[in-house]
Design a protein around this ligand. Structure first.
Ligand code: CP
Length: 296
C-alpha cells in the first residue's frame, strides 16, 4: 500500500469491512512467524504508535528500528537500509519519509511495504481510517459533501483523501489561503470561501498547517489564519445539524480549530485515532496475506 491511486473501490471496501470487524471485537493472530519493522524518517505519534499496537494485536514480531541510532547516520541509503532489513528476515516494513515518492527507489525489494506518509505526496493508511470514520457516521460515501480546509498544497492527507473520496462517490470541496493551492491540481474548480463551505458540507476536514514545509513566501500569521480560514465558534454554529469535524492531527489548537471545538460533540478527531489501530490491522493483514502469510 503506497498510494491511494493503487486502491480500487473494491479494495477500499474490503479494508473498511475488515477494519470494522476488528473494531467490533474480531481477533486474528498470525499463523506464521512474521517479522515487521517501522522506519520513521519523519516524526510521528499516531501513525507509528497505532501501527505498533496493530502489529502486536495481530501477533506479529515487531523489530524496533530507530533512524537516529541506525547506520542511516553513516550515510547508508534508504534502499540499502531496506535491503539490509529484508536480508535479516524482516517481512514487512512501514516507512515514513520526507521525500515525495521515496518508494520508487524501493521497487525491487521483495518485502511488503506500507507507506506511512511520503513528503507532501500520500498518506494512504490515514485515508483508510478517515474513510472508516466517515462510513461509521453516514453509512455511505455517495452524495456526501466533504470540505478539506487549510494547507492543501503541502498535505499528503489532502491528496490521498480527496482522491479516495472522489473514487467512492463523495463530492470534495476545498478552502484555505489561495497561496497554499496549486492551480489545476486536486482543487479542480471546487474552491469555496470558508464561510460558504462550512454551511455546505457533511464532513469538515481540517488540515494542520505544515510549518516545516513552508518557505518565507508561504508563511502566514497564526492569529489571522484562525480568523480568516479556521473553524471559529461562529463558523461551527453555521454547520449543518449532523455535520462532523475531522482533523488528522497533530492539531494547532486555536489555529485550524477553536480550542473548545476539538473535543466537542461534532468532533470525531479522537475517534479517527482510535480507528487508526483497526484500519492498520486490516491493512497489515491484507498486505501480509498478499505475500502468502496466513492468519487464524
Ligand atoms: N495523522 C498523523 O499522521 O499523525 P502523526 O504524524 O502523529 O503520525
Amino acid at each position: 500500500m503506497l498510494t491511494t491511486t493503487d486502491l480500487t473501490v473494491e479494495k477500499i471496501n474490503s479494508l473498511l469491512k475488515t477494519a470494522e470487524e476488528f473494531a467490533q471485537g474480531n481477533t486474528l493472530k498470525a499463523a506464521d512467524e512474521i517479522y515487521v519493522s517501522n522506519l520513521f524518517f519523519e516524526d510521528s505519534t499516531r501513525t507509528k504508535t497505532s501501527f505498533d499496537i496493530a502489529q502486536r494485536r495481530l501477533g506479529l514480531n515487531v523489530v524496533p528500528f530507530d533512524v537516529t541510532s541506525s547506520s542511516v547516520n553513516k550515510g547508508e541509503s534508504l534502499y540499502d537500509t531496506v535491503r539490509t532489513l529484508e536480508s535479516l528476515g524482516i517481512n514487512l516494513a512501514v516507512i515514513r519519509h520526507g521525500k515525495d515518492k521515496y518508494y520508487e527507489e524501493l521497487k525491487d525489494v521483495k518485502l511488503a511495504l506500507i507507506n506511512g506518509g511520503d513528503g507532501s505526496g500520500n498518506h494512504p493508511t490515514q485515508t483508510i481510517l478517515d474513510l472508516m470514520t466517515i462510513h461509521q457516521e453516514f453509512g455511505k460515501f455517495k452524495g456526501l459533501k466533504v470540505g478539506i480546509v487549510g494547507d492543501v498544497k503541502h498535505s499528503r492527507v489532502a491528496n490521498s483523501n480527496a482522491e479516495a473520496l472522489r473514487k467512492m462517490g463523495a463530492k470534495v470541496y476545498f478552502s484555505g489561503p489561495e497561496k497554499w493551492f496549486d492551480e489545476g491540481t486536486i482543487i479542480n474548480g471546487t474552491y469555496l470561501p470558508i464561510d460558504d463551505l462550512v454551511k455546505e458540507v457533511d464532513v469538515l476536514m481540517l488540515l494542520r498547517i505544515q510549518h516545516e514545509r513552508h518557505g518565507e513566501k508561504m508563511k502566514i500569521s497564526l492569529e489571522s489564519y484562525h480568523k480568516k480560514f479556521g473553524l471559529t465558534l461562529d463558523r461551527e454554529k453555521a454547520m449543518k445539524k449532523e455535520a462532523i469535524i475531522m482533523h488528522p492531527a497533530p492539531i494547532n489548537r486555536g489555529v485550524e480549530i477553536a480550542d473548545e471545538l476539538v473535543e466537542s460533540v461534532r468532533s470525531r478527531i479522537f475517534k479517527q485515532m482510535e480507528n487508526g489501530v483497526y484500519a492498520r490491522m486490516a491493512i497489515l493483514k491484507e498486505a501480509l496475506e498478499e505475500k502468502g502469510f496466513k492468519f487464524k
